[in-house]
Design a protein around this ligand. Structure first.
Ligand SMILES: Nc1ncnc2c1ncn2[C@@H]1O[C@H](COP(=O)(O)OP(=O)(O)O)[C@@H](O)[C@H]1O
Ligand SMILES: [Mg+2]
Length: 376
């Protein structure tokens, strides 16, 4: 039998745990053409959730575009990716595709056969414009195209904070903001995992996007639903996982959505027995930590000594304020200035975060956290 757990982005028709309220609220924001910032740590299910929201909107006749800004290298690429995904969406309807070509005339679609998906659409520029001008023109034309569609548009810009890595990023934000606010029947979702970078774009007073959106954090999965999900999926895969074992999985990772599939995935693979036990859960946890160790090591090798020291300290002792003199003495920090700088850096890198429950900073990824707890 096939492993019933999925450890890649989940397609809209695959089994999904809960998120009913989120799905309803996000679809409702989209339907009222609100702009939303959706954020959470990585692998919390933002992209999977958004695909479901878009599927629901498509069923209501709303047109949808999903563009991922991961690995962005230039301003032109922002425009390029929007045009590319617009054509990809319109391709299913010939008259719509022709209409898009008429409106978005500065980008010409190029269709090539693709062994996996049948065909692949890329775009070529037909103007001499570049940089901010090209960006402005593309969004301008998209706005005009969108106005033609009564049911409106939903545009997802995933990993949107990548914009901030480009030269002239504040000018890009300025162009996008001034364009987007004229697009009355389009709802934009700005999605991202690098929360400090993303939220600063929308919450800093001097930035173009200041207070222009609804902030929507995505939480870990709820316990009851996640436990049911794990139990059900095991059954679908022909094995049994008692509730208390599913609870153990949940509690070991605090409902972290990715691990809710990753741990059971490994348990299902590794156990020859029909019924799962606590030992299977522990075995899966240690094998995941082992497999991911090179990844942890590469994170650590990118940090300075004091940043590493603070990361280890917060894994051992989650704490509300690392500048507290007692915490500093316990973990052998000598300079408040450099400790503060290291703390800021760990937050920007999304390695640690303050938890709402107890106000303590802790390592975000639960398995990286257990790896760090073992010490240097
Ligand atoms: N609601 C959910 N139900 C089941 N699995 C989920 C759910 N949300 C996330 N996951 C798991 O988490 C993984 C990461 O999801 P993804 O959408 O890529 O997260 P993000 O975009 O936040 O980084 C998925 O591959 C899936 O295994
Ligand atoms: Mg994602």
């Amino acid at each position: 039998m096939r492993n019933p757990f999925v450890i890649r982005e989940i397609e809209a028709d695959e089994p999904f745990c809960d998120r009913t309220v989120e799905l309803r609220e996000l679809a409702s924001y989209a339907s009222s053409f609100s702009n939303v910032v959706l954020y959470s740590p990585r692998r919390y299910g933002k992209t999977s959730l958004i695909k479901r929201v878009q599927k629901e909107l498509q069923d209501k006749g709303v047109m949808t575009i999903y563009a991922d800004f991961f690995g962005l290298v230039s301003i032109g690429e922002v425009a390029n990716r929007l045009a590319e995904h617009l054509y990809a969406y319109c391709h299913k309807d010939e008259s719509l595709f022709k209409k898009a070509m008429k409106f978005i005339k500065i980008w010409r679609p190029v269709i090539r056969p693709d062994p996996d998906s049948g065909f692949q659409i890329t775009v070529e520029q037909t103007t001499q414009h570049s940089g901010l001008d090209l960006l402005k023109e593309t969004f301008d034309l998209f706005g005009a195209f969108a106005r033609e569609h009564m049911n409106g548009f939903h545009v997802v810009l995933d990993e949107f904070q990548e914009i901030t890595t480009l030269k002239d990023s504040v000018k890009i934000e300025g162009v996008l903001r001034s364009q987007i606010q004229t697009h009355r029947n389009v709802s934009y979702f700005f999605v991202g995992s690098r929360r400090r970078l993303l939220l600063d774009m929308f919450n800093e007073q001097k930035r173009p996007f200041y207070k222009s959106t609804v902030n929507y954090p995505l939480d870990p999965l709820p316990r009851k639903e996640a436990v049911e999900f794990i139990v059900d999926r095991f059954l679908a895969g022909g094995k049994e996982c008692p509730s208390e074992i599913a609870e153990l999985v949940y509690d070991r990772v605090g409902g972290y959505p990715y691990y809710i599939q990753r741990i059971p995935f490994d348990m299902w693979e590794q156990s020859d027995e029909k019924t799962m036990t606590a030992r299977d859960c522990e075995k899966a946890l240690s094998s995941i930590v082992k497999i991911d160790t090179p990844f942890y090591e590469s994170i650590l090798s990118g940090l300075s000594i004091i940043q590493k020291q603070l990361l280890y300290a917060l894994a051992k002792e989650p704490f509300p304020n690392p500048l507290n003199p007692k915490f500093m003495i316990r973990h052998k920090f000598t300079s408040p200035g450099s400790t503060q700088a290291a703390h800021k850096k760990l937050i920007t890198l999304d390695l640690v975060e303050r938890s709402d429950d107890d106000g303590r900073y802790r390592v975000i990824d639960p398995l990286f956290d257990s790896y760090l707890k073992r010490g240097w």
